[in-house]
Design a protein around this ligand. Structure first.
Ligand SMILES: [Zn+2]
Ligand SMILES: [Zn+2]
Length: 250
């Protein structure tokens, strides 16, 4: 056997041992999969495609066909005060997308690439991708970041591909807020985050087009308050990019 043949045999043996010890499984449901299935089983891919495929309202992110929009707003967000200019999202918060986001927030780092890929795809097909000058992850309060060890919005922002825009962490959460899903109404959610954000001294926001990045949008109270804070700090436009819109198809 020549050197190349020996190397190939060694590689094959190592790969077989590797598969024997760690057979490839779906990163969402742990079903066994083939090497070529790209981390998810067929069932989970089908679920992801069904919750990411539909058309949605660019003002609030809810699923809506283009003919349901009146002056760019769907029936759900007509007349609502929204401080961000446009939103892009990967899908609705259900099935595989929901379970993957929940696991991602609990530290399952093997999901980072797949969710990052979904967020980046939503960004690249958005109407505003070329206008973005800076990505701004929605911040956690420092005590929560310390407890979790990372900010999931910053992890997502790091996976986005853009030729010029960089990430800014100059938007900060200055007050601990109660857990938003525990709030009884949209008004209570808005009150819970009112005045919770501020910008750091020396920020570079004036006149810039920014894009907030977050994992989930429910009523939009958090994104709205962040966008309001950034515009008060001089931002020209504030877009939003999220993985999932909750409160639909559940
Ligand atoms: Zn699966
Ligand atoms: Zn809408």
């Amino acid at each position: 056997m020549n050197a190349a043949g020996f190397k190939q045999t060694c590689h094959f043996v190592l790969q077989s041992v590797n598969h024997l010890l760690w057979p490839p499984v779906c990163i969402n449901c742990s079903e066994s999969i083939c090497e070529t299935d790209k981390s998810l089983c067929k069932d989970c891919w089908d679920q992801l495609i069904s919750c990411t495929g539909a058309e949605y309202c660019g003002r609030c992110g809810k699923e809506a066909g283009r003919y349901a929009l009146l002056e760019g707003a769907c029936p759900d967000c007509q007349g609502k005060e929204i401080h961000f200019d446009w939103i892009a999202r990967s899908g609705v918060y259900t099935e595989a997308l929901q379970s993957m986001i929940l696991a991602f927030k609990k530290g399952r780092t093997e999901l980072n690439s797949t969710l990052g890929f979904l967020a980046d795809t939503a960004l690249q097909v958005s109407s505003f991708v070329k206008e973005v000058e800076m990505f701004v992850p929605v911040p956690l309060h420092w005590t929560r970041r310390l407890a979790r060890g990372y900010n999931q919005s910053l992890v997502l922002a790091n996976k986005l591909k853009h030729s010029t825009a960089k990430i800014s962490t100059d938007l900060v959460r200055i007050r601990r807020t109660k857990f938003q899903p525990a709030m009884p109404s949209p008004a209570a959610r808005a009150k819970n985050v009112a005045g919770a954000f501020a910008v750091r001294y020396g920020h570079n926001f004036p006149g810039r087009n920014l894009c907030l990045v977050d994992d989930i949008k429910t009523t939009g109270a958090t994104l709205n308050e962040c966008a309001r804070t950034l515009k008060e700090a001089g931002a020209s436009k504030v877009f939003a990019l999220v993985l999932a819109i909750a409160g639909q198809k559940q």
